[in-house]
Design a protein around this ligand. Structure first.
Ligand SMILES: [Mg+2]
Length: 114
């Protein structure tokens, strides 16, 4: 099934940097395996859009970081509502929806094939 992936950035493909310290965005480290995982999605024909609680003012540093590290993507959706521990995102749609919680980040094929 062809899939449009909405992928979080902080703590999912990069170090988890809060919006309060945007000066750290540029030097965040990618989560090992996440690049390979995202590239594989695109290689098999899926679409990738990043969906982040970073705000519009972080667009330049965010997209520069994604490009610098080689992540393929169509665009970035900013201003995802921020939530606290104990809250959950719940998406309601008339189209098919899947969601995957990756508490340690998007770790790549070895993790996903377990
Ligand atoms: Mg996150």
């Amino acid at each position: 099934m062809k899939t449009v992936w909405l992928i979080d950035i902080d703590g999912t493909v990069s170090d988890d940097i809060p919006n309060e310290t945007p000066e750290l965005f540029a030097t965040a480290k990618p989560i090992p395996g996440s690049l390979e995982y995202v590239q594989n999605l695109v290689d098999k024909g899926d679409r990738v859009v990043f969906f982040t609680a970073r705000t519009d003012e972080h667009a330049s540093v965010t997209e520069s970081w994604l490009i610098k590290h080689g992540y393929p993507f169509e665009y970035v959706v900013y201003n995802k509502p921020r939530i606290e521990d104990g809250w959950v995102y719940h998406w309601v749609d008339n189209r098919d929806v899947k969601a995957t919680h990756v508490p340690a980040g998007l770790l790549g094929p070895e993790f996903w094939n377990k």
